[in-house]
Design a binder for this molecule. Structure first.
Ligand code: CP
Length: 326
């Protein structure tokens, strides 16, 4: 088993093999235990991470920054608008120059058709790992934290468990499609039967769908697409219901909102949760549109694991940083 991840990028969910993800999870659980015990774990002493943000964040920024401090290093928060990127610094400059200052470069860039390409161009010019804090295609660190949370709640043997990845209505903005895409890529490798539910206008990228189906075939798990939220919820073990924009149908915010507003009944409420198994868990990466995307009763209720899920961002990210940046 290849366990040396030094120098590796994590941009797409499948950049690490299943065995490498298992290694990340083992390290993440160990770091979580060490933090609970107050055991110092300065694996990245004197190392520095650049965190370059083109889009807002609460959890990602907080957990990468705290994580680097707990590993004995430093994280520099850099908002793109405060840099010289608008005045000509290209991906090559960012990769070359930050690659000489820092030991890792983490980037969040979710602009449709731009973000993922940006990360890959920086990676080409960088001598240090590029870590994807979310682009328009993938959100790999969210999914590592999700996987960790599912294992904590449901155990390591996830075969024959039904995970629903469902679209939900939101009124705030057209959210990226990266979370559902990353979920359907990673979860089949760990034995979960995935049911993807969304209205017809909310399809995911065809290439990602093909790769997800290929993972499901390879790992002999179920993969089904339905257009009925309630049918999907029946007898589910895991409900992961969140909003995303109809970006494959229209990238125009006004048209997207018009399409989205047809489906206000796609809310996760107590009645729909009751269709799932009694011990089903409710997951959401946050932020959620409360009482629009999910009721307070569900997100604050007994099935919800959203705060453990948010906490696990810290442990999963520390594991990847410790393994790739040492
Ligand atoms: N889940 C997540 O990525 O949260 P932030 O957008 O707040 O970082």
């Amino acid at each position: 088993m290849q366990t040396d991840l030094r120098g590796r990028d994590l941009i797409g969910d499948l950049d690490f093999s299943k065995e490498e993800v298992e290694m990340v999870l083992d390290v993440a659980f160990d770091l979580k235990r060490k933090r609970a015990l107050g055991e110092p774990h300065p694996y990245l002493r004197d190392k520095a991470l650049a965190m370059l943000f083109f889009f807002s964040s609460t959890r990602t920024r907080g957990s990468f920054e705290a994580g680097m401090a707990q590993l004995g290093g430093h994280a520099a928060f850099i908002e793109s608008r405060t840099t010289q990127i608008a005045h000509g610094d290209t991906e090559k400059e960012m990769g070359e120059i930050f690659g000489r200052y820092f030991d890792g470069i983490a980037i969040r860039h979710v602009e449709w058709g731009i973000g993922n390409r940006y990360l890959n161009f920086v990676a080409q010019a960088s001598r240090v790992p590029i870590l994807n804090m979310q682009c328009e295609i993938y959100h790999p660190f969210q999914i590592l934290a999700d996987l960790m949370t599912i294992i904590e709640k449901k155990g390591r043997d996830l075969r024959r468990m039904k995970m629903v990845v469902s679209w939900a209505y939101a009124a705030s903005y057209l959210k990226p499609i990266s979370v559902p895409q990353s979920l359907i890529l990673q979860m089949p490798r760990f034995g979960l039967d995935v049911v993807l539910a969304h209205p017809p206008e909310f399809k995911l990228m065809p290439d990602i769908m093909d790769q997800a189906k290929e993972q499901a075939r390879k790992y002999k798990t179920g993969f089904e697409v339905v257009e009925d939220m309630e049918a999907a919820f029946k007898e589910a073990d895991i409900i992961y219901a969140k909003s995303w924009g109809p970006l494959l149908t229209s990238n125009d915010p006004q048209e997207g909102k018009r399409i989205q507003d047809q489906y206000e009944d796609w809310i996760t409420d107590e009645r729909k949760m009751a269709l799932a198994k009694d011990d089903a868990i409710y997951m959401h990466p946050l932020p959620a549109d409360r009482n629009i995307e999910v009721t307070d009763g569900v997100i604050d209720g007994p099935h919800s694991v959203v705060f453990d899920e948010a906490e696990n961002r810290l442990h999963a990210q520390k594991a990847v940083m410790a393994l790739t940046m040492r």
